[in-house]
Design a protein around this ligand. Structure first.
Ligand SMILES: Cc1ncc(COP(=O)(O)O)c(C=O)c1O
Length: 386
């Protein structure tokens, strides 16, 4: 199977572990098990002793009741048996396409977005039509354009809400209009909701599965719950045929998610209010820091995010984004993602949900780098950590 290289993941793999100030990361400042025990008020010894006494079988093949009840509680209408646990949201998106898309199917997807949403269906032989999200439209889907793209039929429409990289939040009325278009074609509407709940304002963020019968939500413990290390995600849908296909295909590529990951995710979901409170505080305080920095920097601009953990920031230096980001990494230690990974030239994605100290130092390093560009010389040696 041929597939295009995953630009953002290749970039992260190459540089992430050596970054001095990693502000390319998209998870809300990851937590340790000790922090999880403390946030959830769990007795560490008794949790670990229970876990250590269990034989390491495949565990609950379809996910433990605690896990599925916990995930179901994130939705308004989803029942535990309408959830398919997967290996992260990456596994969830892949599994949706692998289970439901055939060669020759038409799929509508968006750009800029997470590349899985267009490159996987293309690799499976689908005809992928791209809807470009425009800066001047706040990166929201244009419903008239979606209607035009859906003419002639479509098997699946893919959205990402909140959006990575731009941080746009699709309002309920636009989701409903997209669902009406999908319904008129009997199409699935897949929404990657891995950043759901990470809003800047205190409002309920609807899921597509609570608005549309053939809506499919994918998500995980990685971003919202700061637990990417357990690789646990899920697919939620009411659609019985889709569930049947996904359970059937799952026997071939997953079997179970592993009992240790299941137990840790279940614990985190039982403490979801506490973790969400922590993480919303981080993204809100950190976006204020980023926004303040953006206002003061003369060469950059952005559409301020409404949700998620990332911002797409444009610059006016006459250099392509890979070169700019590589030079910045090498000379100042600030690590961000080139906009070209998302087909957005002259921009970069900043992940602002890192710990506050890293964000502040990273932005400071970027300013130093911009000053060297203004002076016509990018610095040549990388500083040691301050
Ligand atoms: C929009 C989106 N979907 C899915 C994923 C994959 O997340 P996970 O760690 O749950 O596999 C990411 C990770 O960056 C993402 O940004």
């Amino acid at each position: 199977m041929n597939i295009n290289p995953f630009a953002v993941e290749e970039w992260m793999n190459a540089y992430e572990t050596g970054a001095l100030y990693n502000i390319a990361e998209t998870c809300v400042d990851s937590i340790s098990l000790d922090e999880l025990f403390s946030l959830s008020g769990t007795d560490k010894e008794s949790f670990l002793s229970r876990l250590c006494s269990r034989r390491l079988t495949y565990g609950a093949i379809e996910g433990s009741p605690e896990l599925k009840n916990g995930i179901a509680s994130l939705y308004r209408t989803i029942k535990p048996d309408e959830i398919v646990p997967t290996h992260g949201a990456a596994g969830a998106n892949h599994h949706v396409f692998y289970s439901l898309i055939n060669p020759g199917d038409t799929v509508i997807s968006i750009m800029p977005s997470y590349q899985q949403l267009y490159s996987i269906p293309a690799s499976l032989g689908a005809r992928v039509k791209i809807m470009h999200l425009k800066k001047e439209n706040g990166y929201l889907p244009d419903i008239d354009e979606l209607k035009r793209l859906a003419e002639g039929g479509v098997k699946m429409i893919c959205l990402n809400n909140p959006n990575n990289p731009a941080g746009a939040l699709i309002p309920q009325e636009i989701l409903e209009k997209a669902a009406a278009i999908a319904q008129s074609c009997h199409a699935y509407l897949l929404v990657d909701e891995v950043y759901r709940h990470l809003t800047q304002d205190e409002e309920w963020q609807p899921s597509i599965v609570d608005l549309y019968e053939k809506g499919i939500s994918t998500s995980s413990m990685s971003k919202v719950f700061s637990l990417a290390g357990i690789r646990l995600g899920w697919i939620a849908t009411h659609d019985k045929e889709a569930l049947k296909q996904m359970w059937s295909h799952r026997d071939y590529n997953l079997i179970s998610c592993g009992m240790i990951d299941d137990a840790i995710a279940s614990l985190a979901l039982s403490a979801k209010e506490k973790i969400l409170e922590r993480n919303k505080k981080i993204i809100r305080e950190n976006l204020a820091i980023l926004d303040d920095w953006i206002q003061k920097e003369p060469h950059i601009s952005y559409v301020k995010p409404h949700a998620g953990t990332t911002a797409l920031v444009y610059y006016d230096f006459p250099v392509d984004s890979y070169t700019l980001c590589r030079q910045m990494y090498e000379t100042c230690g600030a690590f961000v993602t080139p906009g070209d990974c998302f087909n957005e030239p002259h921009s970069m994605r900043i992940g602002y949900a890192a710990d506050k100290d890293t964000l502040i130092k990273g932005l400071h390093a970027m300013s130093t780098f911009f000053r060297s560009l203004e002076a016509g010389k990018a610095g040549s040696s990388r500083p040691s950590e301050a």
